[in-house]
Design a protein around this ligand. Structure first.
Ligand code: MG
Length: 375
């Protein structure tokens, strides 16, 4: 065999072996040393301690149970939270049960947010706060990977954030006056009504401040004529709008009231998800969007867009929450007409710091994701 032919065979053999072996080796190496990582979801229960006993039209309490979540991917951690005031039906137990069923490890690309959150949505009905805890953590994670805060990713101007209202619960006059004092930095106060002494609450607050007020009745008024009479009285007292005056199922009564009331009527308990927004048009003047009701930032963003398209105004609200869920909601606040994001200010054991309120105005910071850090 001549040298030429030997070289030909050698080269051909190498080439053949190479072409057979190389892809296999590469694939095997990829599999062996660079496994495709999935998202890792972990969660832990946490009890928020409230600074004051919190009294609404139908209940009062001193703690709020929450579930803190983390989604980890390539050593980056996104934080989330489910806040579950007892009257809404979720608990640390239901949230744990729901979150345990999720297998986020099957997702190896956190940016497939539609796919991931549709999977979470379809895992079980309800569980809106637990779903929000996943949504918020996923937004925090992807924002951190992109190294941008979500208000920037959405293209919102941070100077457009509204003032946040500060909530004054139903209480005795001396406590109410003390709470108004504590609320000194805030430009607008949200007064909880629907108790037995509504006019006394307003008169007490008016005896110490002339700040703009809004009122939240939490479905506490039972008939529309009485509600209309109160709306006329409240506008004289410097009130700017009334939130959920009557039981959420009284759609015709709310539509009638919105038509006759001198004050805007805002739906809160009646509006949970994106699918409720269309129905709100013609019944309310605006809607209160909360991440815990609507499963998180992704759906809240869609709700704001739809509400504005239907001519509805938007309030972005909250439960008592840590700075985690509050900072997540705050990312959307430049697009809201009103904000009620004081939930973190009502608790004494916030494990995070994030968005701040300066001179009553929500102040977004240029920090990626939802812009929080652990204390
Ligand atoms: Mg409300």
């Amino acid at each position: 065999m001549g040298t030429g032919r030997r070289n030909f065979i050698k080269n051909t053999t190498l080439y053949t072996i190479g072409s057979l072996m190389l892809p296999r080796l590469t694939y095997s190496n990829m599999k062996g040393t660079l496994p495709k990582q999935g998202l890792k979801l972990t969660f832990e229960p946490y009890d928020l301690q409230l600074k004051h006993v919190f009294t609404l039209a139908n209940s009062s309490r001193t703690t709020t149970p929450v579930m803190l979540t983390r989604i980890e991917f390539n050593n980056i951690i996104g934080y989330g939270e489910a806040s579950m005031p007892p009257y809404l039906g979720e608990s640390q137990k239901t949230a744990a049960r729901f979150l345990q069923t999720l297998n986020l490890n099957q997702f190896t690309d956190p940016f497939r947010m539609d796919e991931i959150l549709e999977y979470v949505e379809e895992a079980a009905p309800g569980n809106t706060a637990a779903k929000a805890a996943v949504d918020i953590a996923l937004h925090d994670l992807t924002g951190k990977i992109m190294q941008q805060p979500w208000y920037k990713i959405w293209g919102f101007s941070p100077e457009n954030t509204p003032h946040t209202s500060f909530t004054i619960g139903i209480d005795q006059p001396d406590v109410v006056r003390q709470k108004v004092d504590e609320a000194a930095p805030y430009k607008i106060l949200k007064v909880k009504l629907g108790g037995p002494n509504d006019r006394e609450m307003i008169e007490t607050i008016r005896s110490v401040t002339d700040k703009p007020l809004c009122v939240d009745v939490n479905q506490g008024w039972k008939n529309k004529e009485e509600a209309l009479e109160m709306a006329h009285w409240l506008i004289e007292k410097g009130v700017e709008f009334v939130e959920q005056p009557m039981p959420k199922g009284n759609i015709d009564d709310h539509a009638w009231l919105s038509e006759h009331s001198p004050l805007p009527i805002i739906g809160d308990e009646a509006i949970q998800r994106l699918t409720d927004v269309q129905e709100a048009a013609g019944v309310y003047s605006g809607i209160n969007i909360k991440l815990m009701k609507c499963t998180g930032m992704r759906e809240a963003h869609k709700m704001i867009t739809l509400a504005h398209a239907l001519g509805l105004k938007v309030m972005i609200g909250c439960m008592t929450e840590t700075s985690c869920a509050i900072s997540a909601a705050a990312q959307l606040s430049p697009k809201a007409e009103w904000a009620d994001l004081d939930g973190n200010l009502l608790i004494s054991n916030d494990p995070y710091k994030g968005v701040t309120v300066e001179d009553g105005k929500i102040t977004l910071i240029d920090k990626p994701g939802i812009g929080i850090s652990k204390i």
